[in-house]
Design a protein around this ligand. Sequence first.
Ligand SMILES: [Mg+2]
Length: 385
Amino acid sequence: MNVQALPMHRFIDHHGNPVDQLPAWAKPSTLKGFYCDMVLTRTYDNKAVALQRTGKLGTYPSHLGAEAIGIAIGRALQADDVFIPYYRDMPAMWARGIAMEKNLQYWGGDERGSDFSVTNNQKTANTTPHNSAILSPDHLPNDSHCRDLPFCVPIATQCTHAVGVASALKIEGSHKAALVTCGDGATSKGDFLESINCAGTWNIPLVFVVNNNQWAISVPRRLQCGADYLSEKAKGAGIPGLTVDGNDIVAMFDAIQISLDRARKGKGSTLIEAISYRLSDHTTADDASRYRSKDELHEAWGFEPISRLKTYLMRQGLWSEQDDKQWQEHCQEVVEQAVERYLNIPVQAPETAFDFLYESLNTELHQQRDELINKAMRMQGGKHG
Ligand SMILES: [Mg+2]
């Protein structure tokens, strides 16, 4: 079954044709910003995989094909909303003002990659053309303090954290919203189902966005759930469920914005299923050619999110091949600068693994920490001796 043929919320199809009148918010500068940010995130993605292959980064989960979902989320959230991300959500974090190298730190094994108190410093890099939110997150107030949670790698547990966060926002009476993301595989887990159930019962300001990229590592979507749409799970929880073309950033932003607005007004939770496709391996530790066909992957490339918006912008006279070339070169420069900053960050002392993991250490852990320090000192001495 071609999932792209199913009815869903969509404004621009995969040929770049508008299938509905675009929303009033979809100004040319906004659409160009969407496009530029998606191109920048793909440029980063290619570089991050290369860094992993050359031993400069640990296991890395590519977001190839998920650019529209991430950028739409990052753009739609307000500064004092709370984002609860899963591990494929780097584009959304960047559009929220988090520095690009933070992600490299995280996947490089440095816990400081989850310290979001230091926000974007790419803002000063060169120019900030085309309304890119990543390079110029002017939609965020300068004095914003980021309350977003770190990436969650365990599957679906972040949904339960999000219920707690959204409950706190409701108790505060602050009229803010929380947004949590997960993959299609997570929707088969109890944590997800319990979370949407709580969200419906407690009427909390929480938006769930499911990146349905058709694969849960090597398990295809058809073996995960018998329903046509994962958004149908919302019905049992008593909340609205929307099915959106996750490769159409206009539809994604529109659905997320409406759902967040609803949440902030005290009207409760929404489940958004973003239909997309994982164009990459699951992570750099995976080889998808062992379990999915070349034909399926080839067909999925025809629906990817970036080329359709480029086609649309060019037909509207809002973008040219020359603009594109210049922007691609600029993206390369921005990414190389972020990589340079990452590679120049002083390595963290190994004992900090203990310092960040536990609030306090018992006697045994103190001994282990001391042993680690002594071993590191001996290795250091050996290296210099
Ligand atoms: Mg998946």
